[in-house]
Design a protein around this ligand. Sequence first.
Ligand code: COA
Length: 258
Amino acid sequence: MNEHLRIDREQGLLTLRLNRPDKKNALTRAMYRAMADALDQADQDKSVRAFLITGGEQCFTSGNDVSDFIQAPPSDLSSSEVFQFMRALFEFSKPVVAAVSGSAVGIGTTLLLHCDLVYVSRDAALKMPFVNLGLCPEYGSSVILPRLLGHARAAELLLLGQGFTGEQAAEWGIANQALEDGAATLAKAREVALSFQRLAPSAVIDSKRLMRAPGREELRRVIEEEGKLFSQRLRSPEAIEALTAFMQRRVPDFSKSA
Ligand code: COA
């Protein structure tokens, strides 16, 4: 297990809580590895009926640890820890519920597109600032978001990197419901996740598989393509400038980019 993750078991519910508050729950390679293991084990364990992912009542996650991106950009994303985590989430056969409060940046928003039920605080701040970091969309979001929101709104989120609130996420169908605060959000997500305890487990698994089946092979192909481009972009001068600027708390300068 990892010092920045807490895993709790309550009846058939496994709750994974990100716990790195001093860095706004930024995700390190070790955290991704531990999250992938937790998902893989929960999928094998017949007594687990649902998986809840949360960052607690204050902050979901500020996304990938930026210093990890600078110091150790994966050369082959498909063998990287983050890819292992997203693969485990993508392949997870049981329901995944998310409780989101505060910031959900980068992969913190992308991963919600692969959860089954998402509860957010009204004032949660979601954002996919990939272009702002010289990067590109990841894990199928370049296909899932335009389908869900239409091209115009998806372009605001992915080409401009515009942020949006929990309330908007619920209005647009990215989340199921927006609640008044972090405590109410976590309580609602937990109640829903625990309700799977009373449902027929195989019927739930079969239903999730059917819902996820259409376009799944195309999505796998897109995820692979996005992953290749993302690894290339991580080493680009644009990304190096943007990531360094974040760590130095300054605005990136793309004026010299071609
Ligand atoms: N990676 C590494 N460290 C991060 C981080 C990340 N993704 N996000 C935040 N931190 C660190 C900050 O550097 C700061 O560390 P310090 O106290 O040692 O200086 C600490 O966490 C608190 O962050 P700060 O920016 O001061 O908090 P805030 O409340 O003002 O803003 C965020 C919170 C999440 C809006 C802001 O931190 C942010 O935008 N983070 C970058 C997210 C990002 O671009 N992620 C995408 C990667 S693809």
